[in-house]
Design a protein around this ligand. Structure first.
Ligand SMILES: [Ca+2]
Ligand SMILES: [Ca+2]
Ligand SMILES: [Ca+2]
Ligand SMILES: [Zn+2]
Length: 750
């Protein structure tokens, strides 16, 4: 296999992503290997440094007996842990229970208490190691204060987390093993296709040459960076990546293996020479561990099933020639297929713990971090925090405010809810309404026996009067800037702004300067004010939002995915009839489909006249409904591509000949989970009332079930598919016919 083997995994995902329109059936990837290969390609000197590092590291292994082991507790080394849950008030704010479950499951794996050791291939059974490591959540923080070892930090960068996230929130990494639980890992400079995701990304110990290549030698970039749904076996972990699978915490076990200086058994720093993990004459590859047989490339099944242990032998040059240890935690099978650290891997952990990570488990440090104290159930002072849903609403809408304070359970709550009814509250999770339009703050004070804490969030709730809207026609040419009644939401970097570098009418348009200075993974919204469609006296049917836009992809000369190196972004148009409380997608384009030019560009995109496209969104339905409170938004999702421009947004009663956009993206058909284990949901959005038919066909095209055949109303629809409705396991096709549009999705039954 060549050096593109892992790249290919991503490229395939990319194709699937564009075929399936942001669908869900993608494998997780661990990008560490890809990035290391790229770093070596950029700087081959790393290989020489690595050899020297490994030579010295093996000296430590040989002399292990001379290292102190005086802080063993019941034969185990105790590691103080802090878990930073970085969230944006979504499900990624996983519960303490899920975090604790993750720590417990790691302890099971690292102490060989896992029941699935029975599945280890015969000759490997005797090599399974009890690594004698126990992880404990810290009880004292870096300032000497009481902690439960779990921080919950609001920061939207959870959606594009990378090493800078670790650096920002790390606690002294010589005293704590830092875990960063994030929603989405987005390595800088990596073109990650829509739908692909990374399970975890953890540097080796900071003195390791390869870590220095990854982090630039920054010792604050130390710890385990991991998706929140790869932690534990409960909560979000039951549906990892929206795939309907539970990786049994083994991504966490794998990533922590890197933290203790373990490599992948298929590692090859010689990928540029076409040498895989088997190595070659005079060239050693693999994981530097003698009792894990060499592996050519990452073991990943194309289905969700496990390979049979002992069934793969990808390298035959090993002596004796043994099958691959595909059940090793450090290979790439799904977590539920893995179950072993070998004795040789444990030796590397021992050496790491004896040397660079020794301070973690010194008695001094165990006392300083409070982890020897198991007798007292500390109740720490709570750290105040809250969220609200919705945060944008109409006058009179119920708003649910949720206490998400952490670190200690509060015994009382004091809410200051300026402008709301009620205006004060002492319940944990109040529900309020606002009777006037405006922007309102919320303050919370939480108290328990240990103390109190408070937090104020200004301009936190936005309330509109649904009756006070602007008459149409609308003609927005951006010549006087962005209408101050419109809302620009920018989660990071550059946002929507008016520019005079390009225009169709006049001299100005709206743009996101995305070529540089925006953030991969961030969202940018441009939200209109409310419109009274009922004010339209004459209309040519159908009524549309018409607009012009210009966009092209970005050619990245030197990014990590050198083989597939063009980055594209995504834009959607959504509408709301409830002040922005909920949104319905009407238009979406991503990738090359969003592009209005012939080709992507390696420069910052600045459109000429021919680069602009016209398009429209059909909103006749809302005119028929006599909506007096109609809003739309342009939502841009950056994947590190190029600039986007919009211009001349019109809602009028003139004729229009642009294309309609009832695309696949608009219908947004999804099946989840897929493969079906017991039940799956098929969901889709109808842009208007449509005659709709849903059928399931088998491989030979025979209909096995008809689920729906009726006129359905505009909006979101969901149907259940039960496994028992289908005859047997295998491959089926779900066909959705909506009006003149037909969509087919593959459905796997396990
Ligand atoms: Ca072999
Ligand atoms: Ca203009
Ligand atoms: Ca932005
Ligand atoms: Zn890895």
């Amino acid at each position: 296999m060549n050096r593109f083997s892992l790249l290919l995994i991503i490229i395939i995902l990319s194709l699937s992503a564009s075929n399936l329109s942001y669908s869900q059936t993608f494998k997780s990837i661990m990008a560490d290997d890809i990035i290391i290969r790229q770093k070596v390609k950029e700087n081959p000197q790393i290989i020489e440094d690595y050899k020297l590092y490994e030579k010295n590291f093996k000296q430590i292994i040989e002399n292990l007996n001379s290292f102190k082991t005086d802080t063993l507790l019941n034969g185990k080394r105790i590691i103080p842990v802090v878990v930073h849950v970085i969230h944006a008030n979504g499900p990624e704010n996983i519960s303490d229970a899920q975090v604790i479950d993750g720590i417990n499951k790691m302890n099971i794996d690292y102490q060989k208490q896992n029941a699935d050791t029975t599945a280890i291939f015969g000759i490997f059974k005797a090599r399974a190691a009890n690594c004698a490591i126990e992880f404990r959540l810290a009880k004292i923080d870096t300032n000497g204060n009481c902690t439960n070892g779990i921080e919950h930090i609001f920061d939207p960068q959870t959606n594009w987390a990378y090493f800078n996230t670790m650096k920002q929130y790390v606690w002294d990494p010589t005293k704590y093993m830092n875990i960063f639980a994030v929603n989405f890992i987005y390595p800088e400079g990596m073109t990650l296709p829509d739908g692909a995701f990374i399970g975890g990304m953890s540097p080796f110990p900071p003195d390791n040459t390869l870590s220095q290549a990854l982090t630039g030698g920054d010792t604050d970039i130390d710890g385990v960076l991991i998706r929140q749904d790869c932690i534990g076996t409960i909560g979000t972990a039951t549906n990892m990546g929206g795939m309907g699978i539970n990786l049994l915490n083994r991504t966490f076990t794998h990533e922590t293996g890197h933290y203790f200086n373990l490599y992948h058994p298929f590692q090859s720093l010689y990928a540029a020479l076409g040498i895989d993990g088997c190595g070659a004459l005079f060239i050693t590859a693999g994981d530097e561990v003698s009792d894990t047989p060499p592996v050519a490339v990452a073991t990943q099944n194309t289905s969700l099933n496990c390979f049979t242990p002992g069934s793969i032998n990808s390298c035959t040059g090993d002596n004796p020639d043994e099958p691959d240890m595909i059940e090793n935690y450090m290979d790439y099978q799904f977590g539920y297929c893995t179950n072993i650290f070998s004795n040789g891997q444990k030796q590397r952990m021992d050496a790491t713990l004896a040397a660079i990570r020794h301070n973690l488990w010194t008695k001094e440090n165990l006392i300083a971090t409070g982890v020897l104290d198991t007798s007292i159930h500390n109740i720490c002072t709570p750290i105040a925090d809250f969220s609200a849903s919705p945060r944008v609403a109409c006058v009179g809408d119920a708003i649910n405010i949720t206490d998400i304070s952490y670190n200690g359970t509060p015994s009382s709550w004091s809410w200051d809810l300026t402008g709301a009814t009620p205006a004060i509250s002492t319940v944990q999770n109040p529900t309020v309404i606002y009777n006037t339009a405006g922007l309102f703050p919320i303050k919370l004070v939480v108290t328990n026996a240990s103390g109190n804490d408070s937090i104020t969030k200004t301009s936190f709730i936005r309330v509109f009067d649904p009756a006070a809207n602007i008459n149409v026609p609308l003609s927005e040419d951006f010549e006087t800037g962005i209408n101050p009644s419109w809302i620009v939401n920018n989660s990071a970097g550059n946002g929507w702004e008016v520019t005079d570098t390009a225009s169709v009418s006049g001299t100005k348009s709206a743009r996101i300067s995305n070529f540089a200075g925006n953030q991969n993974g961030s969202f940018d919204d441009l939200i209109s004010e409310g419109y009274n469609l009922n004010s339209l006296t004459t209309s040519v049917i159908p009524l549309k939002i018409k607009f012009k836009y210009a966009y092209c992809g970005k050619i990245n000369a030197g990014s990590i995915l050198a083989a597939a190196d063009t980055a594209f972004d995504k834009m959607r148009i959504l509408v709301s009839t409830n002040c922005g409380k909920t949104w319905i997608q009407k238009w979406a384009k991503a990738g090359v489909l969003l592009q209005t030019t012939a080709n992507p560009n390696q420069n910052s995109f600045n459109p000429v006249a021919a680069d602009w496209s016209s398009d429209s969104v059909n909103i006749q339905l809302y005119l028929n409904q006599h909506q007096i409170n109609f809003r739309f938004k342009f939502e841009f999702y950056s994947s590190g591509g190029n600039n986007i421009y919009i211009e001349d947004i019109n809602i009028d009663n003139g004729t229009y000949t642009g294309m309609d956009s009832y695309s696949m993206d608009l219908i947004n058909m999804q099946i989840f989970p897929n493969p079906v284990s017991d039940n799956s949901t098929i969901s889709f959005d109808l842009p208007e009332n449509m005659q709709t038919k849903i059928q399931i066909f088998d491989m030979i095209g025979k209909e096995v079930k008809s689920i729906e055949n009726n006129e359905l109303s505009l909006g979101h629809h969901e149907y259940n598919i039960n496994k028992n409705d289908l005859k047997s396991s295998g491959c089926y096709f779900v066909k959705l016919s909506a009006g003149e549009f037909v969509f087919t999705r593959k459905l796997m039954v396990k």
